[in-house]
Ligand binder design. Structure first.
Ligand code: NAD
Length: 496
């Protein structure tokens, strides 16, 4: 059985214990991944701390050149990496390409940090005195990432951390770990010195060791809300800087004036793409007024048309779920919704794909007449289940969204600029789409939700990412001529 090792200081490190990695399309174990703990984390921190001494003193030009080369290699190896992701995650190869492209955009942003890192300068704040500021890297920083975007989510972190002069330890999801090792190989080929990018695989033991290690200065986390809260609490208690992005329940509101065919098309893709395993997936369609009946009718047709199959087969639109446990959880949730009074318009439970009977497949499910009290509305199902909630007005839709504990993304389908503006300003949500179902910001903006979708206050990538991975120094300087004496005062310095 193939073993996926750690990557520490430029070398593969096998490690002792291991866990299975499945092929979600067949349900078969296809590899094992090393499970690290305190010793592996300590080895990675030691290597990264040593590498930091030289990497943090490298020139911006050198770091930018490595990023350019890395960006080129990511583009050249897109197909290979997409297949690696698809084989362990289950998503289609085209969808995996999409995440690589979106992750690569962060590398492109990191290629242009010269501009973002420019400091301020204030001339002659006092006579003969100038003030300027510049930002320095933090040291060894860690990223802990979820299974659903094994390339893109880590790419939200490490290019910016590394381009600003930090060294990085990635703890990817143990369910689809191979993308991290592949990326480590590309960095090495791009000329990144050993120890600047490291991968420690594992689960809770590896995470806890990173959160507690005094040599780790900052932690970036993306995953479910309970773990985001745990990571935030434990790492801040250990004195670290933390950004922790959590789960989501994203609403798409459809007004009666919207083009319903267009809205239903986009909501279907946003709900069932990647089998609903996206933090920006649409899981609730809020039908306003008399949009509801017609919208549900089109959604039903489109859900029934989704082509489900293995991620690497041509024509597949939706692959399997990542694990058998995920499939069971999602199918149970559909049953609970029916028991609680929702109408199951399309029932994806029990779907079998010919030749892949052991795979973790479930079909798209569409629930109507869902209310805010039902489990299917309250829980993040993280599967291909779309719940339709019916309301009478846009204000009611906004109130529904604001009462939800999550606030990652939301979308409005409408023809009205007035309604769109009211919506944008009214919702307590971090990322908003107007006739755009999955509004993932470009890399030069920041990504992050509100409320339980982001614990702490630091969104990820873009200028906020640069701020997160650096800290400022402010220099107040005076260069007096020898003859020009300035009296030293015992009172607190003020300018003159
Ligand atoms: P998860 O929270 O189970 O795992 C995330 C990471 O935490 C993994 O590396 C995992 O090994 C580690 N982990 C899991 N349990 C742990 C524990 N008890 N103690 C310490 N570490 C632990 O999330 P997942 O199932 O891999 O990913 C899906 C979740 O991620 C969904 O909730 C989704 O909404 C969220 N997500 C959010 C965003 C965002 O930007 N807000 C993006 C992608 C995914």
């Amino acid at each position: 059985m193939k073993l996926i090792p750690h990557w520490i200081d430029g070398s593969s490190v096998p490690g002792g214990q291991s866990a299975p990695v499945f092929d979600p399309a067949t349900g078969q174990e296809q590899a094992r991944v090393a499970l690290g703990g305190a010793p592996e984390v300590d080895a990675a921190v030691t290597a990264a701390a040593r590498a930091f001494d030289t990497w943090s003193e490298s020139s911006l030009t050198q770091r930018t050149q490595v990023m350019f080369a890395f960006r080129q290699l990511l583009a050249e190896h897109e197909e290979e990496l997409a297949r690696i992701i698809s084989a362990e995650h289950g998503k289609t190869v085209d969808d995996a390409r999409g995440e690589i492209v979106r992750g690569r955009e962060v590398v492109e942003f990191a290629c242009g940090l010269g501009d973002v890192l420019k400091g301020g300068f204030s001339d002659q704040v006092s006579r003969g005195v100038d003030v300027r500021d510049f930002r320095r890297p933090l040291g060894v920083v860690a990223g802990i990432t979820p299974f659903n975007f094994p390339a893109m989510v880590p790419l939200w972190m490490h290019p910016i951390a590394i381009a600003t002069g930090n060294t990085f330890i990635l703890k990817p999801s143990e369910r689809d770990p191979s993308a991290a090792n592949f990326v480590a190989g590309l960095y090495r080929e791009a000329g990144l010195p050993d120890g600047v990018f490291n991968v420690v695989h594992g689960g809770k033991d590896a995470v806890d060791a990173l959160l507690d290690h005094p040599g780790v200065r900052a932690v970036s986390f993306v995953g479910s809300t309970p773990i985001a809260k745990y990571v935030h609490e434990r790492a801040t208690a250990a004195g670290k800087r933390v950004q922790a992005l959590g789960g989501a329940k994203n609403h798409a509101v459809v007004l009666p004036d919207a083009d319903l065919e267009f809205a239903a098309n986009h909501i279907t893709a946003g709900a069932y793409g990647s089998a609903g395993e996206r933090c920006m997936a649409i899981s609730v369609a809020v039908a306003v007024g008399d949009a509801a009946d017609r919208l549900v009718e089109i959604l039903e047709r489109k859900a029934n048309e989704v082509k489900v199959g293995p991620g690497n087969a041509a024509g597949t639109e939706m692959g399997p779920l990542v694990t058998e446990a995920a499939r069971e959880r999602v199918e149970n949730a559909v049953g609970t919704a029916a028991a609680q009074g929702a109408t199951v318009v399309v029932d994806g439970r029990g779907l079998k794909v010919d030749g892949y009977e052991g795979g973790f497949f479930t079909g798209p499910s569409l629930l109507d007449h869902v209310t805010a009290e039902m489990d299917a509305y309250q829980e993040e199902l993280f599967g291909p289940v779309l719940a339709v909630v019916r309301v009478d007005t846009l204000d009611e839709a906004i109130a529904l969204i604001n009462a939800n504990p999550y606030g990652n993304g939301t979308a409005l389908f409408t023809d009205s600029g007035e309604a769109a503006r009211r919506f944008e300003r009214g919702v307590d949500v971090g990322m908003i789409g107007i006739n755009v179902p999955v509004p993932v910001p470009m890399s030069y903006y920041s990504f992050g939700g509100w409320k339980d979708s982001l614990i702490g206050d630091s969104p990820i990538h873009g200028p906020e990412g640069v701020r997160f991975y650096t800290r400022p120094k402010v220099v107040t300087s005076r260069w007096p001529r020898p003859a020009q004496q300035v009296a030293a005062g015992f009172t607190f310095p003020t300018s003159s």
